[in-house]
Design a protein around this ligand. Sequence first.
Ligand SMILES: [Zn+2]
Ligand SMILES: [Zn+2]
Length: 177
Amino acid sequence: MRAEVIQFLSIIPFGLIQEEVLNFLQFELANLIGFQARIFNAQPIPQYAFDSKRNQYHSTRILENLKQIKSRGELILGIMDADLYVPELSFVFGEANILDSVCIISIMRLRQEYYGLPENNTLFLERILKEAIHEIGHTYGLAHCDNPKCIMHFSNSLRDTDTKGPGFCFGCEMKVK
Ligand SMILES: [Zn+2]
Ligand SMILES: [Zn+2]
C-alpha cells in the first residue's frame, strides 16, 4: 500500500512541451483517476541528469529530485521532450518507482517523425496518454503485466505501445482498486 492518500496530480513539463499535449493529458488523466490535475509552469531541463556520452537524461535521478519537491497527497508526472535512460537499457519511454508518487515520461520517441514517418498527431497524443497511464499504474503498485493488450505491459518499442490499449486488464484493474 502507498503510504499516503493521493489527492491531486501535478503535471510538470521540463523544457518546452506543446500546450495541446499538456491540456490533453490534464483532461484525460483527471477523468481517469478522478481527481484534480494541474499543470505547472515549465521547469528547466534537468542538466544534473544529463549524460553527455549517451546524450540522454537519467530518469532515476530526475525521480529522486521530484521526490524531494513533492508535497503530501501529490502525485507528480514529469514530462520531457528529450531522451531518457536507465543504465541497463538503451532508452526508456518513462520511469516510475513502484508505490512512490513520482513518475516521468519522455515524448521524444512517440512521434512518427522520429522514425522518418509522416506526422500523426492523434497517434502521438494516444501514445503519450498510454505512457502516462502506464507510469501512473506503477505508482499504484502495479508491476509489468504479461498481457500484451494491458496498459501495464512493458514496452520498449512503439509496436508494444501501439498494441496495448489505454486500459488495464481485469487482473490489473482489480489490483488498482
Ligand atoms: Zn513499466
Ligand atoms: Zn494487466
